[in-house]
Write a protein that binds this ligand. Structure first.
Ligand SMILES: Nc1ncnc2c1ncn2[C@@H]1O[C@H](COP(=O)(O)OP(=O)(O)OP(=O)(O)O)[C@@H](O)[C@H]1O
Length: 272
């Protein structure tokens, strides 16, 4: 993808399967928004092939668009609408919308259905954003930094909501985030994008293996502390526990965190 004379995406190549939850991670300016906007059909690409729900987004019509759910950063325009009325109203634009009661229940806003949108708390507001994004029962949902500014409780509730959507509706989800813990917790697969290229594609554990390979094992025995790094953790621990002598205590296995992996990969690219 090229803006003017500047190439910002280079051979970005990936597939997302039905019902998969994929997180797109990357530093500021990596090209995440550009990628998502091309997939949503909001931005014309300068080259390459793209297919979303079987259609080139550049040719997508209304029926194709109805299969997409897009959760934008908080809607500000609907402050005067009551939650239930707004969702019922927006649903009329789609061929197969959610039943309003079912949708309210799914996003946890049944208790707030009579409230005006402008009076909701930040977390409730975001759940309304999600409800607006999925009112048409989308097959594919785009979430752009969905929990930015959330407190831990609101974040956890939001994660449960996304899991419910995937489990109950088999919705496919592509989300961007700067929160590595969120990507690790939510996503089946993580794509790391930096300087317009995909550096890695895999589960958090797979990515950690490609960078470090080893895990750190710590334990105490007879009052002494031990630390060892191993490739085959399970085999090492089995042998350790089978050894005669004092019992092993405080056993701990530390795998490379997603943050370590991410930093190593991004730094490697920036240094190249
Ligand atoms: N409309 C535009 N015209 C020219 N350059 C653009 C335009 N939009 C984005 N860019 C450039 O393209 C590159 C990728 O930007 P993009 O917004 O896709 O990154 P991002 O990964 O979403 O970043 P962030 O995490 O900061 O949101 C950046 O270098 C940016 O300056």
């Amino acid at each position: 993808m090229r803006y003017g004379t500047k190439d910002v995406l280079h051979g970005v190549d990936f597939e997302v399967r039905t019902g998969e939850l994929v997180a797109l991670l990357g530093p500021n300016g990596a090209g995440k928004s550009t990628t998502i906007e091309i997939l949503e059909g909001f931005r014309a690409r300068s080259g390459g092939e793209v297919e979303v729900l079987g259609t080139d987004p550049a040719q997508g019509d209304e029926t194709w668009r109805a299969g997409l759910g897009i959760v934008l950063q908080s809607w500000r325009d609907h402050a005067k609408w009551r939650v239930r009325e707004l969702l019922a109203h927006l649903g009329r634009y789609y061929p197969d919308p959610f039943d309003t009661d079912e949708l309210l229940e799914l996003v946890g806003l049944t208790g707030q259905q009579g409230q005006r949108a402008g009076t909701l708390s930040g977390g409730q507001r975001r759940r309304l954003d999600v409800a607006i994004g999925i009112v048409g029962r989308p097959r594919l949902l785009f979430l752009d930094e969905p929990t930015a500014g959330f407190d831990p409780q609101a974040r956890r509730e939001f994660h449960e909501l996304v899991h419910r959507l995937v489990d109950v509706e088999n919705t496919t989800v592509l989300l961007t985030t700067h929160d590595l813990a969120e990507a690790e917790k939510l996503a089946d697969r993580i794509l790391i994008l930096a300087q317009g290229r995909i550096l890695a594609d895999g589960s958090a554990v797979e990515l950690a293996r490609t960078v470090a390979g080893k895990a750190e094992i710590r334990w105490t025995r007879g009052g002494k502390h031990f630390v060892h790094t191993a490739d085959e953790v399970e085999d090492y621990v089995r042998e350790l526990l089978a050894e005669p002598g004092e019992p092993v205590r405080d056993l701990e296995v530390r795998r490379t965190s997603l943050e370590d992996t991410y930093m190593a990969m991004v730094h490697r690219t920036e240094g190249s």
